[in-house]
Design a protein around this ligand. Sequence first.
Ligand code: UT7
Length: 309
Amino acid sequence: MTNIDFEKIVDTSNEWITSRTGIKERHIANADMTTADMAVQAAMRAMEMARCEKEEIDLVICGTVTPDYRLPSNACLIQERLGLTNAVAFDVVAACTGFIKGLVIANSHIETGLHKKALIIGVEKLSAVTNYKDRTTCVLFGDGAGAVVVEPSTNGCGMISSFMKSDGRLWQLLWMKVGGVKNPYTTDFDYNGSDKIYMNGADVFKVAVKEMANAVEVVLEKAGVASSDIALFVPHQANLRIIDALAKRLKIEPERVFKNIERYGNTSAASVPIALDEANREGKIKPGDYVVVVAFGGGLIWGAALIKW
Ligand code: UT7
């Protein structure tokens, strides 16, 4: 769906969307395609790339705020569809930070020897919870999925350090009012968008830049690695201006920052794994490189990880 398509449905312009967000188009899943459908495709490709047999996977973590059902977890649906019978599967609800949080959990399970091979997926069908009458949010979001397989390393590669934090006092800056136990759906109510995503974009923007910069500084400091040592910086793709401001604060020049927001918009938990996969397939990451991933989202919650590839 392009910016021009949006000009036909809300009072906006290609110029406004491009200059304020960097987004030119985003992918919208077909009505009959679910979050699990997208996740299964991404997971299959990750397992294929990792040359991994389904019997080997013993942990499945899915980061999403748009699961197929309230119960069970999306991860269990993915487990069933892929026949991952030796695994334990569960979801992580950490909005745009869901994938990184999943990665951090998997890393600690692997470090402690609890699990040996984990599949982590970030997936969203945000089009299902987007208010297409609200120009301040609808132009931002897209659908997508990304996945990785992780296992113990013997050569010092892997997750070197991580940092996660949230500030629950700010939960109403980005939320969905209706659909949970507090405000359940009823048949005789005009929701007027209250069952879709609400975001106070300007306030979220300010916290995002400050806290993502701090999270990256913490992971680098923990590991004793300088920002000049990072080969590739893979931030959550929410807004090009946020990415640029973040890179400037961290003194990371544009060549070392991966961006694909132009083509996908904000895909929440899917944004980092999609970016990571594209960067990898484009040959932008080599064995031994330091890669930093960082994300920020509704909660508010944010986190970063330093990975030696
Ligand atoms: O992924 C999870 C975390 N999310 C984020 O990190 C998103 C953070 N926030 C943002 O990316 C930006 O705040 C937005 C892209 C959401 C908005 O950009 P902004 O530069 O902060 O704009 P604004 O909200 O301050 O609005 C500026 C003006 C307003 O008009 P007035 O009040 O100045 O007359 C808006 O009504 O732009 C107007 N506006 C639009 N105009 C045309 C808002 N949305 C649109 C639109 N088209 N789609």
